[in-house]
Write a new protein. Structure first.
Length: 296
C-alpha cells in the first residue's frame, strides 16, 4: 500500500513539475517537425501524436510539419528509379515530384486521422493550399537538383485562421513558384520558415539522433543546452557531421528570427516531446537566444 502511494505521489510531482511550462507556453504557438524513424514505426507514431494532442489540450497551439523521405524513397524504388541525393537534398525530376506529392499527401491524411481519433480537430494541408508556401527553385552549390524549392514567403493567415478556430494544422512540405509549378521542400526548411513566420515560441525537430554532440563519435559529448551564438561557433568550427550542419543552421536562423527556443530531439524515444517540454532537464538539445535565460 505504501509503495502504491509513493507511485501516486511521484505522478503528482511530475504534473507539478510541468505546471510552470504549461503556464509559460499557454496560448503560444509551437511548431513540431515530424520525421525520421518516428514516422515509420506505428507505435512511435502514436506516441508522437499523443504528445502533440496533449500539448494542444493543455493550452499550446501546435502546428505539425511532416516529412516522408523514407516512404518517398520506397515508392521511387518501386517504380524502378534510384533515389538520388545531392548534399543531402533529394534530386527531384518531374516523375519523382509526382511520387513525392502522392506520398506526402497520403502521410498527411493518415496523421490527420490519428489526431482526430484522439478527439482533436485537425486539418491537413500542403504548402500549395491557400498559397501557404511560395517558393523559388533551389540549387545545391550551384547544381540543378530539379523540382526542389526554397521557401520565400509563408501565408500565415491560413495557419492563424485554423489555430483560432481550434484546428491543429498538419502541413506537407510542398510549394508553388510564381508560375504555379509544384516543388518539393526539405521538411526541416519548411518547418523553420513556418516557425519564423508565425513567431513560434518553440520549434522542435524530431530526428534519429539523441541531440547535438560536440563530437558525434563521443556519445558523452551530448549538449543539453546551448546559446545560439555558441551554436554558430560550432557550425563554423567544421566539426559537425554533415546531417546536423543544415539542421543546426536552421535552428540558429530561427532563433535570430524571433523563435524563443529550438529543440533537437530523438524521435525514437517514446513521448520525447513531453519529456523535453515539461521537465527541468529535458532529454535532447535546446538552443536558446543569448538574451534568454537557460530554461525550457
Amino acid at each position: 500500500m505504501e509503495k502504491d502511494m509513493e507511485k501516486i505521489l511521484e505522478k503528482a510531482e511530475v504534473l507539478v513539475e510541468a505546471l510552470p511550462y504549461i503556464q509559460k507556453y499557454n496560448r503560444k504557438i509551437v511548431v513540431v517537425k515530424y520525421g525520421g524513424s518516428a514516422m515509420t514505426n506505428v507505435e512511435l507514431q502514436k506516441k508522437v501524436i499523443e504528445d502533440v494532442v496533449l500539448l494542444k489540450l493543455v493550452g499550446f497551439k501546435p502546428i505539425i510539419v511532416h516529412g516522408g523521405g523514407k516512404e518517398i524513397s520506397r515508392w521511387v524504388d518501386k517504380v524502378g528509379k534510384t533515389p538520388e541525393f545531392v548534399n543531402g537534398l533529394r534530386k527531384t525530376d518531374a516523375e519523382t515530384m509526382e511520387i513525392a506529392e502522392m506520398v506526402l499527401n497520403k502521410v498527411n491524411k493518415s496523421l490527420v486521422a490519428m489526431v482526430q481519433e484522439l478527439g482533436i480537430k485537425a486539418v491537413g494541408i500542403s504548402g500549395k493550399d491557400g498559397g501557404l508556401l511560395k517558393v523559388e527553385k533551389k540549387y545545391s552549390n550551384g547544381q540543378d537538383i530539379g523540382f526542389v524549392g526554397d521557401v520565400k514567403q509563408v501565408n500565415t493567415k491560413i495557419l492563424y485562421d485554423l489555430l483560432e478556430n481550434d484546428f491543429l494544422p498538419i502541413v506537407a512540405p510542398i510549394g508553388l513558384d510564381a508560375e504555379f509549378n509544384t516543388y518539393n521542400i526539405n521538411a526541416d526548411d519548411a518547418a523553420c520558415e513556418i516557425a519564423k513566420a508565425v513567431n513560434a515560441s518553440k520549434l522542435a525537430f524530431l530526428t534519429d539522433v539523441e541531440g547535438l554532440y560536440r563530437d558525434f563519435e563521443d556519445k558523452s559529448s551530448l549538449i543539453s543546452s546551448i546559446k545560439a551564438s555558441d551554436a554558430k561557433k560550432l557550425i563554423e568550427s567544421g566539426t559537425l557531421g554533415g546531417g546536423m550542419l543544415p539542421k543546426l543552421t536552421n535552428c540558429t536562423q530561427a532563433i535570430e528570427a524571433g523563435v524563443n527556443k529550438v529543440h533537437i530531439l530523438d524521435g525514437r524515444i517514446p513521448h520525447c516531446l513531453l519529456l523535453e517540454f515539461f521537465t527541468r532537464r529535458g532529454i535532447g538539445t535546446q538552443i536558446f537566444s543569448d538574451n534568454d535565460a537557460d530554461e525550457n
